[in-house]
Design a protein around this ligand. Structure first.
Ligand SMILES: C[S@@+](CC[C@H](N)C(=O)[O-])C[C@H]1O[C@@H](n2cnc3c(N)ncnc32)[C@H](O)[C@@H]1O
Length: 204
């Protein structure tokens, strides 16, 4: 999201403090007290929510001023980094119990993110998708997921717990969105068909 396509969206984002309902819905799947990575954290609405739930949180963004206030929390790690210059993520050897990405897309990062998930690690991803250009910014196809794209990215690497794609017309940033929750699960040891253990869900 480097182009001016996103400038007003980014500014608007800083006014949104409530976490995404998609993140709240799947946060209970994250191992209790497990480390979480918030990619392109913006004002840190998800980092704040997850810190409140008892998770240490690492935040990545090229502009970390909006989360500077969190530096007083010893469980909060703030990393200033441009994620789109081709460098590996500044997280060598680190694994997370969950990775959260909301309203940000830079395709080359996606396989790397999966590498940084622990066993049982949860990917919670939500961003705008094709069709959004009819409603709102972002309109640049580089910043809009294709139909099924998140499913394709996690295929054979993560177990999909939930996926949605469509028009979301509530909230401060309505539009066409795609969202996934998927878990890194090894094949179940007692099966011979390579299927993973099912993930334990929870009642709402
Ligand atoms: C639309 S905001 C989303 C913020 C947050 N995830 C949320 O949902 O509130 C997009 C964020 O991506 C960050 N960003 C855009 N391009 C980036 C880059 N090249 N490297 C790192 N962060 C970037 C912006 O600074 C901004 O905080």
């Amino acid at each position: 999201m480097t182009s001016s396509d996103h400038a007003p969206l980014n500014a608007k984002h800083l006014t949104i403090t409530a976490p995404s309902p998609w993140v709240c819905r799947f946060a209970p799947l994250i191992r209790q007290g497990g480390d979480v990575l918030d990619v392109a954290c913006g004002g840190g609405r998800h980092a704040r929510y997850l810190l409140h739930r008892g998770h240490p949180v690492t935040m990545l963004d090229r502009d970390v001023e909006p989360v500077r206030d969190l530096a007083v929390d010893s469980r909060a790690e703030i990393i200033e980094a441009d994620l789109e210059i081709g460098d590996p993520l500044p997280l060598e050897g680190r694994r997370f119990a969950a990775i959260v990405v909301v309203n940000y897309l830079y395709r080359p990062l996606l396989p790397q993110l999966i590498d940084h998930l622990d066993q049982q690690g949860v990917l919670i991803y939500e961003t705008f998708a094709r069709g959004n250009e009819r409603f709102n910014r972002p309109r640049n196809p580089d910043h809009l997921l294709k139909s099924g794209e998140l499913l394709e990215i996690v295929r054979e690497r993560l177990q999909v717990v939930a996926y949605e794609h469509g028009i979301v017309d509530e909230g401060v940033l309505p539009g066409v969105k795609q969202r996934i929750c998927a878990v890194k699960t090894p094949p179940a040891p007692d099966r011979d068909d390579g299927e993973p253990e099912p993930v334990r869900l929870f009642s709402q």
